[in-house]
Design a protein around this ligand. Sequence first.
Ligand code: DAH
Length: 341
Amino acid sequence: MKELMQSLRESSIKAILECESAELLEQLRVKYLGKKGELTAILRQMGKLTAEERPAMGQLANKLRADIEEALDKRKTQINSLMLEKKLEEEALDVTMPGEKYALGHKHPMYNVLDQIKDIFIGMGFEIVDGPEIELADYNFSKLNIEEGHPSREWTDTFYFTPDSKILLRTQTSPMQIHAMETRELPIRIIAPGRVYRKDEVDATHSPMFHQIEGMVIDKGVTMSDLKATLNLVVEKIYGKGTVTRFRPHHFPFTEPSCEMDIQCHKCGGKGCPTCKGEGWIEVLGAGMVHPKVLAGCGIDPDVYSGWAFGMGLERLALGEYKITDMRLIFENDVRFLEQF
Ligand code: DAH
């Protein structure tokens, strides 16, 4: 029995000290010290010994158990520190390695122009409002005094969702005038930028989706001269002091009187050049005094209140400002183009 214990001591300690992982070490503990382990197997033979022999063997066995346990503990500590070292090595960060280059994006050129316009209007006490791109024909047309049968209501011009022509993609931001008048306290001073949709083929100056900015003021005693003064101020802020404007009579169903505003070409000073296509003037927006019928339809008494409104295309403005000649560049989002701004 003594020999058996001696050979168990040698084999177990050797195996333990050579063991490489915590899991294997646990397996060894079970193998040697477990209930069905090798030491237990030896101790079962104690019964065969004489009463005199037993105490000495018992002591030897206890010492062997203690030694094996000590070896297990020692190896466990070693394995733990080896693992930690390995982990540290694997996760080491070399701070001298060159970093990964990060490509930072920036604002789209058209949104630069929009933000500039927002700032100008906010500075004059206007609020920026947002509204639905999916709109009722009532708001896009009827409440704006655009009656059934008007050419802009045709299926060839407008994207409808329903066969009864009641739900559509808004063709202009003007329905935001109605939303504002129906939901806001008077007086109203808003601009409403956003996307609009028309059945246009894509070319250098057209896209089925583009952006407009609607503007509106409703208060007591508002006149056409307020409209002109405000828009002249905006134009001077964008194109510089002294920029000349002209207001041409025009027709829009929802304003009366209506006009279009041109600016004198800031490139050639009105002589005619490629920027203004030889005209000397560049058309910027449509505007007018809100039609009494439109005011009344929104529950505003036209005898007490009056107002003006305008609508302008944002792409056109951005093209002009950045001297871009093809509108498709605005939407294609080719970074080689966008990086230039
Ligand atoms: N909604 C018009 C369009 O898309 C532009 C416009 C004209 C808006 C006159 C207005 C306005 O608010 O008063 O052509």
